[in-house]
Design a binder for this molecule. Structure first.
Ligand SMILES: NC(=O)c1ccc[n+]([C@@H]2O[C@H](COP(=O)([O-])OP(=O)(O)OC[C@H]3O[C@@H](n4cnc5c(N)ncnc54)[C@H](OP(=O)(O)O)[C@@H]3O)[C@@H](O)[C@H]2O)c1
Length: 347
């Protein structure tokens, strides 16, 4: 049994807690809360042990919340911390807690890979470098956009390799998650220097990749348009679709009107948290012309990285072969089944 603590209980942390607390291979230590708000009640209702910063126990107790102890104590009793802090917070946690206590940690995609606040020397993408994480003490799980790009690029590389000349990807990013209370601004904003390009190059270094990123006023999902240029004539549409036919975590849809249709369908179908946990290639807008293919796929931002964290845990701590890990993750997340359902719904 691996003893796991989740440090943070936001959009990602609460999803991680839901899955890891029900995994029989995990002894679930609990979650950290930093603000005594009603999300604490949500964690209590889910039966999680709640740990808070030193000196804050009374503040939580005064509001009627049951607190098991302080965060440092929970980390002391864990083998692995899954850090789910807001972007950038993982670095301070590493310096203050994980390194001094000699604890392994998974960080999320909002943390830095390079520079002064770098938290780890690799970014994990289960489709590309799963095995490289085995035995590592610190690894970043790539963000939802970065995970999605890896999931599409790697099968293309394995099938068409040297034939590919360059990738130009436009990330159309949702403004906020459905659960976020912040307003969605009526604006389209661009990113001067999207981190996604360097992050993908971290695990696919040879890729000739150019990324632009825009945020749009939506809460539903990201949409990526990937333009792939080949040295000669591009493969046919059928060849591209066949490349993804049996890819774990990739659905091929043909009649979704937009990202909201998929999200709402996932909620109507009772998928946990309304997550599909995958990317969805939109076959009806997959275009091939001369030396170029254009693939558009939507990317379930909140759901994508949860099975990725689960896979990463199996590599880092359990040193399990990838095929076995995928089977286990699929049993827990039911992704193959969800894919079949979505493909039938949007055929
Ligand atoms: N949302 C997404 O779609 C998405 C997708 C992929 C990756 N990510 C990455 O996942 C990470 C978390 O994102 P999120 O969307 O879950 O953020 P979020 O909803 O804003 O939640 C952040 C959480 O951090 C907690 N927190 C505050 N101080 C902390 C500390 N020192 N250590 C640990 N946790 C602390 C907060 O707790 P309190 O509420 O108790 O103050 C809050 O629950 C980021 O790196 C993000 O880039 C997010």
């Amino acid at each position: 049994m691996v003893r796991v603590f989740i440090n943070g209980y936001g959009n990602i942390g609460r999803r991680l807690a839901a899955v890891l607390s029900s995994d029989k291979e995990v002894q679930f230590i609990g979650i950290a809360k930093y603000t005594a708000d009603d999300k604490t009640k949500d964690a209590m209702d889910n039966g999680f042990d709640i740990y808070v910063p030193d000196g804050m126990v009374n503040q939580f107790k005064e509001k009627g919340y049951d607190i098991t102890g302080v965060i440092s104590q929970a980390i002391g009793g864990s083998d692995l911390v899954v850090d789910a802090a807001k972007e950038g917070g993982g670095y301070d946690n590493k310096k203050k807690l994980y390194e001094p206590m000699n604890k392994a940690a998974i960080f999320q995609g909002g943390e830095d890979r390079h520079g002064e606040r770098s938290v780890a020397d690799m970014i994990h993408n289960s489709r590309v470098n799963y095995a490289k994480a085995a035995g590592k003490a610190y690894v970043i799980q790539g963000s939802c956009n970065v995970s999605g790009m890896g999931r599409i690029m790697q099968p293309l590389i394995e099938n068409f390799g040297d034939g590919i000349r360059r990738y130009d990807v436009t990330l159309i990013r949702r403004w906020a998650d459905l659960e976020d209370s912040k307003d969605v601004k009526d604006s389209i904003e661009w990113d001067k220097n999207p981190h996604h390009q360097d992050d993908v190059r971290d695990f696919i270094p040879a890729s000739n990749l150019y990324v632009d990123a825009y945020k749009v006023p939506s809460r539903m999902m990201h949409l990526h348009q990937m333009v792939v240029r080949f040295n000669g004539k591009a493969p046919s549409k059928d060849q591209i679709i066949e490349t993804f036919r049996n890819e774990f975590g990739v659905a091929i849809l043909n009649s979704a009107r937009g990202t909201a249709a998929i999200r709402k369908k996932a909620m109507d179908l009772g998928f946990r948290h309304g997550d599909t946990n995958m990317v969805h290639i939109h076959q009806e807008v997959l275009r091939v012309q001369d030396d170029t293919i254009k693939i558009s796929y939507s990317d379930d931002q909140t759901g994508m990285v949860i099975p990725e964290n689960h896979l990463l845990m199996q590599s880092m701590i359990l040193d399990r072969p990838r095929d076995e890990a995928i089977k286990r993750t699929d049993r827990i997340f039911q992704m193959t089944k969800k894919r079949r359902i979505l493909e039938e719904e949007f055929k």
